[in-house]
Design a protein around this ligand. Structure first.
Ligand code: UDP
Length: 431
């Protein structure tokens, strides 16, 4: 791969991904889009000539202190607290231990070893802030999700994000040299809800692996999953947690079958992903919901899938549903479209950017299962509409790529380095 010339490109970046490792399987627990983002951009950054060292908390005594993710990409496992037993909510108490571990790693290197710190999620941002001060390098921060935005659109029964997170995010926003937002809307949220300096925010859309996620033979994908060739297949892919609204899909399916008895013999619903979050909507709870709705015979719950197995799910589906209450972007929506499958998504956050309404899928306002059932039914009854959306979907997905994301990040890093004024940032007055 040729190297794009970007002046002030860092030689080596310390990436902080404290609460979840890019080596973990996404789609369960705390591992999701952020893991994919960090791994995909790090690989490409290294190929473009910027080395990446990813700092993450060791979640097992078995992991080595240092592991190679790809040429030029190192994962450093930092011991901070008991390995397995900690929940994400326990991690604010481990920031000091993690920070100390990261500083110790740097102290063993030549001076000026890292040119820049990029932190992902507010917990990493807190440590990134410290590293910035200690190492005298710029801090670029990506929030991935924001507590104030999340709390403004909670799923029913979901717990609000705690105040400690809101305060922590405010501090990081004030002290980072540059903030990376996935969308223009997220950039506005940073400015209006978190008082970010608009000049300090770069909009960098995430991407999709366009080599892995490609259209393919639907019949073959269905055979591989033991699905009938003429079935109507709906799929949900993602961490099973209230925020993602898997229950909305199940309730909509119940409604759909209530309206069209004929569909019961043909409809198949795949729910792919592992337990995550506050636990109310763990797969078992979803299985019980499917039972109580009388639709268990059409729903199949599948453990998290990866690689070709995940591609097979997207290809087998007529429609992929993303009924999230909040989504800072929604990589699943891009991946499904890249495979030629239209997406029916909630009109929230990044999904309104990822899905072109009426072109590559449909956006649904609200989470009323009746509305969702209506959209599914109208599409199921019009296979030619679904075929048209599916045909347009890969081009819509191709507007995004990890290569572009990576190049934009490198531009952002260069900008942060050029404008870095040492340690007299506006956030210095932050309490
Ligand atoms: N994912 C996966 N296997 C699964 C479910 C999800 O690899 O069984 C991946 C999926 O391909 C996507 C990521 O997890 O890349 C989820 O990202 P998204 O932005 O949709 O949601 P997030 O988890 O960040 O909330």
């Amino acid at each position: 791969m040729t190297s794009t010339r970007i002046p002030m490109r860092p030689r080596r970046v310390a990436v902080f991904s404290l609460h979840t490792s890019p080596l973990e399987q996404p789609g369960t627990g705390d591992a999701g889009g952020m893991n994919v983002y960090v791994a995909q951009t790090a690989r490409r950054m290294a190929r473009l000539g910027t080395e990446v060292e990813i700092f993450t908390r060791a979640t097992s005594s078995e992991v080595p202190p240092v592991a190679e993710l790809a040429p030029g990409v190192t994962v450093r496992h930092i011991v901070a607290g008991p390995f397995e037993e900690l929940d994400k909510n326990d991690l604010p108490a481990q920031l000091c231990a993690f920070g100390a571990g990261a500083l110790r790693v740097e102290a063993r290197q030549k001076p000026g070893y890292y040119d820049l710190v990029h932190s992902h999620y507010w917990l990493s941002g807190q440590v990134g802030w410290l590293a910035r001060e200690r190492w005298g390098v710029p801090l670029v921060h990506t929030a991935h999700t924001l507590a104030k935005v999340k709390n403004a659109a909670l799923a029913e029964g979901d717990k609000p994000e705690p105040r400690v997170r809101v305060v922590g995010e405010e501090q990081v926003v004030a002290d980072a040299d540059r903030l990376v937002a996935n969308t223009e809307a997220e950039a506005r949220e940073l400015v209006t809800r978190y008082d970010a300096d608009p000049e300090a925010v770069s909009v960098v859309p995430p991407g999709v692996d366009l080599e892995r996620f490609t259209p393919g033979d639907t019949a073959e994908a269905r055979r591989g999953l033991g699905l009938e060739p003429d079935a109507v297949v709906l799929a949900f892919v993602g961490r099973v947690q209230p925020l993602k609204g898997p229950d909305v899909l199940l309730r909509a399916v119940a409604e759909l079958l209530g309206r069209s008895a004929e569909l019961r013999t043909r409809l198949r619903v795949l729910v792919v992903g592992g337990p995550s979050g506050s636990g109310k909507e763990r797969p078992e709870a979803m299985e019980q919901l499917a039972e109580s709705l009388g639709i268990a015979d059409v729903v199949r719950f599948m453990s998290p899938q990866w690689g070709d197995d995940l591609v097979r799910v997207y290809r087998a589906a007529d429609l992929v549903a993303v009924p999230s209450y909040n989504e800072s972007f929604g990589l699943v929506a891009l991946e499904a479209q890249a495979c030629g499958t239209p997406v029916v998504a909630a009109a929230v956050g990044g999904l309104t950017v990822a899905v072109a309404d009426g072109v590559s899928g449909r956006l649904v306002h609200g989470h009323d299962p009746a509305d969702w059932a209506e959209v599914f039914l109208s599409l199921i009854r019009s296979p030619e509409t679904v075929a048209g959306l599916g045909a347009a979907a890969p081009d819509n997905a191709a507007r995004f790529s990890w290569q572009r994301t990576t190049e934009s990040l490198l531009q952002t890093y260069a900008w942060a380095r050029r404008t870095f004024r040492g340690l007299s940032a506006p956030g210095e007055a932050t309490a």
